[in-house]
Design a protein around this ligand. Structure first.
Ligand code: GLC
Length: 559
């Protein structure tokens, strides 16, 4: 069976397929951990600018920056106090403009993170809401409710925060009496906006324009499956085994409510006012691929992260199934499928793919976690998995440091951890710090070249010297060299714009397909696989003769 982007919508055959985001490889920069020009231990925008040539050399089409807007950093910047300014720890608006111009000069597009579900409690609107009376327009921008119980002493419903604990916090009214409660899906420092309020909607359209006017190419939209809550806020108890962001759970009253689609239609129109192809990418954790595809219908967002792919185990049958389903469901709405293996919220795939115990998203891994991964197996699988992913048609996301094969940092000391999940669950869940450690650039330099002072907001492991970019750059067998080859061959063969045809006859434990002139074979089984004729243009690991060992992927071009 062959899939193309037009499969299920013949009328889209004349639709443009040339928009950059349909095929782009987009590299996620987590600014606090990328590069630190100021030397204070937290990365910054001048640090990004200083390394744009490295990203050009790597061969990515675009970068997505996690939040750098003004924020008290209670959730690493996903708690925004001013959506129209750069936080001083990351630099200034002028630094942003310089970074954007530098990226554009090199042909690299720039997507910024936008966090519409909630603000920081330090946002001027929330501060005004606290000072204002129940029922006032200031309170109506957020979700304030009277408490249950005789004196309003109980939260309005039983919802549990994604980061642990309850989802409501009680405020003290201006006259000093215990008052209403406000909703926070995440930390109590992140109050949820009321997206049924037209004032909130107008404000965000204006924020979009602020960044579009500066020249950004699009937005990664945080918690795009949140925003609208079910009417009446009915009680709901999540499955304790489920991922913290929703994942498989159906019928959750605060995720995936139909009303959000109106918001995306409004935003789509705002982007359409601008020239160039500007794009919206949804962070939406939903039960099925088909439901996620609803976020990227032609008049809504342009892309959605394929978390179903990310969450698929290292298993050939499961991978074939999710790839087939994704190509089919996204094609049905005329959108490209995206592919992703790592980001700042999940265990890095060089560790995750070798875990031997269940590990729900958001739990993280730490010293006491069961089923810790074997690092050699993890890296081998990660290289094979990325080699498979980058051959798929559509758009792919990479997360900074995966091109160095960085593993999750498991043994962070307790007192170094900063994720609110760790605090709100009293250490029961480690959270996401292990994938956020500042990345190594230079083996023999303070903080491995993250800065020149040696400061780092999370400690870097001693083993990372050998993973530093300068060491890997010189080594043709390194993970960095593999990523460079994959990106160059992907571009040369137009794989992002290609189509996938499954190949039979390699056995159940092998993922084999053709995309244009390239045959891709990934061996996930224990026994070696005979390779067909042709030139191996990229291999994720060593192979001998015509025999492909376990946990290895090759790309073969027709001879
Ligand atoms: C998204 C972000 C995550 C953040 C959360 C709350 O899931 O990716 O890092 O904690 O939203 O904004």
């Amino acid at each position: 069976m062959t899939f193309t982007q037009q499969d299920a919508r013949p009328e889209l055959e004349s639709a443009p397929v040339s928009e950059w985001w349909r095929t782009a490889v987009i590299y996620q920069i987590y600014p606090r951990s990328f590069a630190d020009a100021s030397g204070d231990g937290l990365g910054d925008l001048p640090g990004v600018t200083a390394h744009l040539d490295d990203l050009k050399e790597l061969g990515v089409d675009a970068i997505w920056l996690s939040p750098f807007q003004r924020s008290p950093q209670k959730d690493a910047g996903y708690d925004v106090a001013d959506y129209r300014d750069v936080d001083p720890i990351f630099g200034t608006l002028a630094d942003f403009d310089a970074m954007l111009a530098g990226a554009h000069e090199r042909g690299i597009r720039v997507i910024v993170d936008l966090v519409p579900n909630h603000s920081s409690d330090q946002h001027v609107w929330f501060q005004e809401a606290l000072k204002s009376a129940p029922g006032s327009p200031e309170r109506a921008r957020y979700i304030f409710r009277d408490g249950a119980g005789e004196n309003g002493e109980l939260p309005p419903n039983n919802w549990e925060s994604v980061f642990g604990g309850g989802m409501w916090k009680r405020v003290t009214e201006a006259d000093g009496t215990p008052g209403q409660w406000y909703l926070h899906i995440f930390d109590e420092s992140q109050p949820d906006f009321d997206w049924t309020n037209p004032e909130v909607r107008a404000e965000f359209r204006d924020i979009l324009r602020f960044w579009l006017d500066r020249g950004v190419d699009g937005f990664r939209v945080d918690v795009a499956h949140g925003l609208i809550k079910a009417a009446g806020l009915p009680d709901f108890t999540p499955d304790p085994e489920g991922g913290s962001m929703g994942g498989d759970a159906a019928g959750v009253p605060y995720w995936g409510q139909p009303g959000v689609h109106e918001v995306w239609r409004e935003w789509h129109e705002v982007l359409a006012e601008y020239d160039g192809d500007r794009a919206l990418c949804a962070e939406a954790w939903l039960p099925t691929v088909a439901q996620t595809a609803l976020w990227v219908r032609p008049d809504e967002m342009h892309q959605a992260f394929n978390f179903h792919y990310l969450e698929t185990k290292w298993d050939a049958e499961a991978l074939r199934a999710v790839i087939t389903e994704s190509l089919h469901e996204y094609a049905a709405v005329g959108a490209p499928s995206t592919w992703v293996l790592s980001n700042h919220d999940v265990v890095r795939h060089a560790s995750r793919l070798a875990l031997t115990a269940e590990n729900p998203q958001g739990a993280g891994i730490g010293p006491k976690s069961p089923g810790k991964p074997d690092p050699v197996t993890g890296l081998q699988r990660a290289r094979a998995a990325t080699s498979l992913m980058l051959a798929l048609p559509g758009s792919s996301y990479l997360y900074q440091g995966e091109e160095l094969g960085l593993p999750e940092v498991i043994d962070l000391p307790d007192d170094a951890r900063q994720d609110p999940t760790w605090f709100r669950t009293e250490g029961e869940r480690y959270g996401r710090d292990g994938c956020r450690v500042p990345i190594p650039w230079t083996a023999d330099a303070p903080a491995y070249g993250f800065n020149d002072t040696g400061a780092a907001w999370l400690p870097q492991p001693a083993e990372w010297a050998e993973l530093a970019r300068d060491v890997q750059r010189e080594d043709p067998a390194s993970t960095l060299s593999l990523y460079r080859s994959l990106l160059a061959e992907r571009r040369a063969h137009g794989l992002g714009a290609g189509s996938l045809e499954w190949l039979d006859g390699y056995g159940d434990d092998v993922v084999a397909f053709r995309n244009g002139a390239v045959t891709v074979i990934a061996n996930l089984g224990d026994t070696a696989v005979e390779l067909p004729d042709g030139d191996v243009v990229v291999a994720s690991g060593p192979w001998e003769g015509a025999s492909l060992p376990t946990d290895t992927t090759v790309w073969i071009a027709a001879a």
